[in-house]
Design a protein around this ligand. Structure first.
Ligand code: ATP
Ligand code: MG
Length: 439
């Protein structure tokens, strides 16, 4: 992509409405624009990141044996009356009436709809287990939408639902999602810590929130220091094997949000206790037969008897993650994208657009990098070097490849790693080799 023709409306000034760094940087980097309170348009740069995050979530869900489908955003109120949540959900639910005076709503979550789909199509225990998910926009009319996409009213969520014949099956599904979540967040460069959680309006018996540590987190959290050195990508997982040992390892140490915090237990950790602010990026629930009983989602068991299915639900805040990753990875100059979610892999900077040698070298590099499968944002604008460096640092691409008139005469370019600020002078070929060899 050539920057001269790219829709990237960056801002020089700090937007006054943004209270936290990720919101400020997303506005400044031209990633989002507010449409109304808590509702955002995703501009091209932001949309690329959103899609990258979504794809990592998808790959890890698929690897864990979940199957993707897509349910609508608008749902009928009748299903929610069956579960009893139509009244309970209160003002957070956006209620809509269609032209025939039917009560509809913009889904804040999908337990009811997926349970209805399941009960209409699955008859026998032999068709179990099932693990289904979708990635769809949700609407919750939050009292205080704030912090940009971190607490929006309209937001993108991945939500999975498991159906099993008994408790053991449901626990296996829970463990699969638990492990898939550890891997998902780790692939985004995040340290997400699973913490025992309250089940809230979803209801149920067992629940974990996945929390990333960041100064601007909305809740206070406490955990054992050792969590910070665990690596969920260290070993391959076999989702068909017993995952209980992995679950036990990650839940054996103290970790709690303020709601579940036990000061006496935490005090026993002494120096090993970390207390910090946290951002909830995922939340998993086992809730047994809460919805299947209320909505009559039953299957025939081995001897023909009707058994209500055991269920769980598993959410990831896909759009919240965009802000969450920035909270965890930025400096005073701007965003520092982890390689896996960066909107482009390389920012190619032509320090003298219009100079024949610089233009030729840049066009050549641009073609070769793209041919090697890299996403390149080529700053071909006629701008001062300072302005180019500043916008490249602001948007935070992992690598900057800098081509200037003096260097190119002797065949050298500069390669900068955004995360460390390290700069190296290299021959054009060495730079190409480095970038296309996977860094
Ligand atoms: P919170 O406690 O932050 O309000 P929640 O517990 O109500 O979230 P869940 O029902 O567990 O949210 O939803 C699953 C995930 O969706 C959350 O872990 C979070 O990452 C994301 N999410 C929830 N509400 C919002 C929101 N208003 N804006 C952006 N993401 C959200
Ligand atoms: Mg939650």
């Amino acid at each position: 992509m050539k920057l001269s023709g790219y829709f990237l409306p960056t801002l020089k000034e700090h937007p006054a409405e943004a209270q936290i760094v990720s919101h400020r940087l997303m506005l400044r980097a031209g990633m989002i624009r507010q449409a109304s309170a808590g509702i955002y348009s995703w501009l091209p740069l932001g949309f690329r990141v959103l899609k990258k995050i979504e794809q990592i979530v998808r790959e890890e869900q698929d690897a864990a044996g979940a199957q993707e489908l897509l349910m609508p955003t608008i749902q009928s109120a009748d299903l929610w009356r069956e579960s009893g949540r139509y009244e309970d959900y209160g003002k957070e639910m956006l209620r809509i009436t269609d032209r025939h005076d039917r009560d509809m709503l913009y889904g804040p979550t999908n337990e009811e709809l997926i349970t209805a789909i399941f009960r209409d199509s699955v008859r026998s225990y032999r068709e179990l287990p099932r693990l289904l998910y979708h990635i769809q926009w949700k609407f919750r009319d939050e009292v205080r939408p704030r912090f940009g996409v971190m607490r929006g009213r309209e937001f993108l969520m991945k939500d999975s639902y498991s159906f099993d014949i008994d408790y053991d099956g449901a626990r296996r599904a829970y463990n699969r999602m638990f492990v898939a979540y550890l891997r998902t967040f780790a692939r985004m460069g995040l340290k997400a810590i699973p913490m025992r959680a309250d089940t809230g309006p979803i209801g149920g018996d067992l629940s974990h929130e996945f929390i990333i540590l960041a100064e601007t987190g909305e809740s206070e959290v406490f955990c054992h220091r050792d969590f910070l050195s665990f690596d969920p990508l260290g070993e391959d997982v076999d989702y068909d094997a017993d995952l209980q040992p992995v679950f036990d390892k990650w839940t054996g140490l103290y970790a709690a949000t303020d709601e579940m915090h036990d000061a006496a237990e935490a005090a026993r950790l002494g120096d090993a206790l970390v207390s910090a602010r946290g951002i909830e990026v995922g939340h998993i629930f086992y809730f047994g037969t809460k919805y299947s009983k209320a909505m009559n989602a039953v299957v025939a068991g081995p001897s023909g008897e009707e058994i209500p299915v055991e269920m769980g639900s598993y959410g990831i805040g896909v759009s919240r993650l965009v802000g969450g990753i920035i909270e965890a990875s930025h400096d005073e100059s701007g965003i520092i994208w982890p390689d896996s979610v960066a909107p482009f892999d390389v920012g190619l900077i032509n320090l003298r657009a219009g100079d024949a040698e610089c233009d030729t070298a840049c066009n050549d590099l641009y073609g070769k990098l793209r041919a090697a499968g890299l996403d390149v944002l080529y700053d071909d604008r006629d701008e001062r070097a300072g302005a180019k460096f500043a916008s490249m640092d602001l948007i935070g691409l992992p690598w900057q490849l800098i081509v200037g008139p003096r260097g190119i005469k002797s065949g050298v370019v500069e390669l900068k790693r955004r995360a460390t600020g390290e700069r190296d002078e290299l021959s054009v070929d060495a730079a190409l080799g480095w970038l296309t060899g996977g860094g």
